[in-house]
Write a protein that binds this ligand. Structure first.
Ligand code: NAD
Ligand code: GLY
Length: 379
């Protein structure tokens, strides 16, 4: 295979025995998709995308496939969380079957986490599994959702409750695509980038304190460096605990609080996932300080960094997005109890001993949690 090499390009390997794969991180990678996919010698390639991403990038992906002698068909779905539904899954599976896709053929998920999760799930069930390639186009998808094999859709019972673990054959990340991403989406993805530093890599967090502003301003070298470090961190965790029986839960730092806030806001543009995680991470640090697990001052330090990145850090930040409404402690506790990771009624929280040192616990005192949230829901 002849490939263009880019100065700053990086390759991260996910070691999962026969399901191992590479994550390619660089600029201009999109043009290589044809060469990369042709290595699998598929007879057909299906590109799944949404209307927004498709309008900007579909022609480039198809041109690269064409140049490699690969014919492709596209399925273009509406953008937004509502697309992760049974109805769209049925539509997509039928479209893939109409194309007469065979097991050796390839589904390319070209989009953010919504398209990656839906197309990944469809690829895992059509003909009991066709090859999947992820081309994540949001920062969140590049550092999180496209890696590690979680796929799925939402139901009336909640988010991501139907799905599968299905690893891609490779992940192709091109930081060029971040130039067309809305600033609030970029910042929300940055919340997940910071999460990797906070949960297990203090030197990376320090690097972000220095280089985060450049990354957000569009510096490709900094973006590649940060994305590759996040992918490396996730790859190591997934290699050790693919199906989330243990350490993978650390990736949920900020998510127990964050999911409750997102659910309260109706999973809407009022509060993006990464924004909810930002508030959730601050709460996790404050809670850890309050129970004496983490030295004081850490929550202030991360609050300052997240705030400087333009992310919300307080529950009260929701007021200006909801016409003054705020959740109360009981509402949030009720929503947390529905967490799909709850076992025997106990909800797992990710707390911290230090920046870069997270742990999982289901031993939080319920009265303490309620008091803590009563205060935090007002500030
Ligand atoms: P998204 O897929 O909805 O994308 C956000 C918006 O940005 C969409 O409107 C999309 O059309 C647009 N967009 C995407 N790329 C663009 C680009 N390059 N230029 C211009 N516009 C672009 O949202 P997301 O934040 O990427 O993903 C959220 C989803 O990811 C949620 O459903 C969440 O559950 C899921 N998720 C999954 C995992 C996992 O491990 N599978 C992890 C985290 C999140
Ligand atoms: N986004 C969390 C995980 O992949 O486990």
């Amino acid at each position: 295979m002849t490939l263009t090499t880019h100065e700053a390009a990086q390759i991260v390997h996910v070691e999962l025995a026969e399901r191992s794969y590479d994550i390619l991180v660089g600029t201009g990678n999109l043009e290589e998709i044809g060469t990369r996919v042709s290595a699998f010698a598929p007879s057909r390639v299906a590109i799944v995308t949404d209307e927004t991403v498709g309008r900007i990038y579909l022609d480039r992906v198809r041109a690269s496939l064409n140049a490699a002698g690969l014919a492709s068909d596209a399925v273009i779905l509406p953008p937004g969380e509502a697309t992760k539904s049974f109805e769209r899954l049925t539509e997509l599976c039928n479209a893939l079957l109409d194309m007469k896709l065979e097991r050796g053929d390839v589904v390319i998920a070209l989009g953010g986490g919504v398209i990656g999760d839906l197309a990944g799930f469809a690829a895992s069930v059509v003909k009991r599994g066709v090859r999947l390639v992820q081309i994540p186009t949001t920062l969140l998808a590049q550092v999180d959702s496209s890696i590690g094999g979680k796929t799925g859709i939402n139901t009336r019972h909640g988010k991501n409750l139907i799905g599968s673990f299905y690893q891609p054959s490779f992940v192709l990340i091109d930081t060029d695509v971040l130039t067309s991403l809305a600033q609030n989406e970029l910042r929300a993805g940055y919340g997940e980038v910071v999460k990797y530093g906070l949960l297990g890599n203090a030197p990376f967090y320090e690097w972000l304190e220095e280089n985060g502003p450049g990354l957000l301003a569009g510096d490709h070298a900094k973006q590649i460096e940060a994305i590759a470090r996040c992918c490396q961190a996730k790859a190591e965790i997934v290699a050790e605990d693919e199906k989330e029986h243990g350490r993978r839960a650390l990736l949920n730092l900020g998510h127990t609080f964050g999911h409750a806030l997102e659910a309260w806001a109706g999973y809407s543009a009022k509060l993006l996932h990464g924004e909810a995680v930002s508030i959730g991470m601050v709460l996790a640090f404050e809670m850890s300080e309050e129970i004496g697990l983490c030295p004081n001052g850490r929550s202030r330090r991360i609050t300052e960094h997240l705030q400087a990145a333009g992310l919300p850090v307080r529950v009260a930040a929701l007021a200006e997005r909801t016409g003054g409404n705020l959740p109360n402690a009981d509402e949030l506790i009720g929503l947390m109890a529905q967490d799909k990771k709850a076992k025997g009624g106990k909800v797992p929280f990710i707390l911290v001993r230090e920046i870069g040192d997270a742990l999982v616990t289901d031993q939080l005192d319920p009265d303490g949690l309620k008091l803590f949230l009563e205060v935090r829901c007002k500030v």
